[in-house]
Design a binder for this molecule. Structure first.
Ligand SMILES: [Mg+2]
Length: 282
């Protein structure tokens, strides 16, 4: 992966008096509503994206979440995709509300500093284009391709931040930003986020699921369901800043927001079947 540039002479935590955290988020269906691969396939009129992904997923040939990267390099129908197509897809992605305010609201927290990064298996061009003016490109780590300089065709894959690949990126960022192991926050929605959430939990960081994925929700320390990106601030403010519900409501209100519905639900999902004739009570 590319080297993260950190200016020399960055003040230490002791010098600034700020507690420094690294907040990393997935992209597809965490900051957005749709999957980049589906939008790309629709745009190009390629059918069967979901079935192709399911087939790849069954074989476990690639990490969960890396299916699109594999198809772009190996599937004949996707070989016509060029860098510009990926940029166009980014403009068609429907984003969750208020992503642009995440950093500024966290920036207003006294005594804390959060560096916000996106780590996703979606093609980097898609994410950079979708988050243009919202998240700087140097804070975005997506799948990076090498292109043939003459044809513009995808030649090879440089990096795929899916599954364990997300752990590798997060650890490189953490080392470069000099963030201690327990000052990590990771937000994600799917199977591709399992490895990195287990890793962050093991280091005593905070993991937040934004879906009811059956593999992820039992691992994540917190689950938040909302169509507004600012919702992930609630567990951060509670668990890291130790704020009460009243103070959180006041903070949102000071930025012109109302927490209209805030239901704390614990759900036990069960499937119960007959165990067959052998278990019949005598
Ligand atoms: Mg996702």
């Amino acid at each position: 992966m590319g080297t993260v540039y950190i200016p020399r002479g960055r003040p230490s935590e002791g010098e600034t008096g700020l507690r420094r955290y690294l907040l990393a988020s997935d992209f597809d269906q965490t900051l957005s509503f749709n999957d980049s691969g589906l939008v790309l396939s629709d745009m190009l009129g390629i059918s069967g994206f979901v079935e192709r992904c399911a087939g790849l997923s069954r074989t476990h040939l690639v990490q969960q979440g890396a299916e699109l990267a594999y198809l772009l390099q190996h599937d004949p129908e996707y070989r016509r995709v060029r860098r510009e197509d990926l940029r166009q897809v980014g403009k068609q992605i429907r984003l969750k509300r208020n992503i642009h305010l995440l950093s500024s609201l966290l920036g207003g927290l006294d005594g804390y500093h959060f560096d916000f990064y996106v780590i996703s298996a979606a093609p980097e061009e898609v994410i950079i284009s979708a988050l243009e003016g919202v998240v700087p490109p140097e804070h975005i780590y997506g799948t990076r391709f090498r292109y043939d300089p003459d044809s513009g065709e995808i030649q090879s894959i440089e990096r795929v931040p899916a599954g364990y690949g997300k752990v590798a990126v997060l650890e490189e960022l953490r080392a470069n930003l000099c963030v201690s192991a327990d000052r990590l926050v990771y937000v994600g929605d799917g199977s591709s986020d399992v490895h990195v959430m287990l890793h962050v939990n093991r280091m005593d960081g905070l993991t937040i699921a934004v879906s009811e994925n059956k593999f992820l929700t039992p691992i994540a320390r917190r689950t938040v369901l909302s169509d507004d990106a600012l919702s992930v601030l609630v567990p951060i403010l509670e668990d890291i800043a130790g704020m009460s519900a009243g103070r959180i409501r006041a903070l949102f209100s000071s930025h012109g927001f109302v927490l209209q519905e805030w239901d704390k639900i614990r759900t036990d999902a069960l499937t119960i079947r007959d165990s067959g004739p052998s278990s019949a009570v005598a």
